[in-house]
Design a binder for this molecule. Structure first.
Ligand SMILES: [Zn+2]
Length: 137
């Protein structure tokens, strides 16, 4: 992790980041949609949205509950159900092997439920808090 990116990491705002993404014309957001994820997963979310724009469905939430990228959605039609699920599952899998704080790839697959994956650098430096729900308070 670059030390000059610590500021970017700590000032990262997932709501602003998500607003900057091109959702295309088919993707619908739930009226209560409020994305919540760290700087480290922004590329995963960018790729997810890019791959989902061809499909018509409603995105209900994207957050980092349970230590994974947790994506909830509502199908509006039965078409493309498998393709949508495949993209969402890929983002979930990617989030388990990506530091949620800085975005570095982890050497080990993260399997701790309820704690965000974190690389050794971020862990040693204490960047990004504890990686648990306690960080929200
Ligand atoms: Zn990291």
């Amino acid at each position: 992790m670059q030390s000059d990116s610590t500021n970017q990491i700590q000032s990262f705002d997932s709501v602003s980041h998500f607003k900057s993404l091109d959702l295309g014309k088919k993707l619908i957001l739930n009226q209560y949609f409020e994305p919540e994820y760290g700087y480290g997963w922004k590329i995963i979310v960018e790729n997810l949205i890019k791959n989902l724009t061809p499909f018509k469905f409603q995105l209900d939430s994207i957050d980092d509950s349970f230590g994974i990228l947790n994506v909830q959605f509502t199908l509006l039609t039965q078409s493309h159900e498998i393709a949508i699920l495949r993209e969402i599952h890929k983002s979930l899998t990617d989030s388990r092997s990506t530091c949620a704080t800085c975005g570095d790839l982890l050497s080990k697959y993260h399997a701790s439920i309820g704690r965000l994956p974190k690389c050794n650098n971020c862990f040693k430096k204490g960047v990004g808090g504890t990686g648990t729900w306690l960080d929200k308070y």
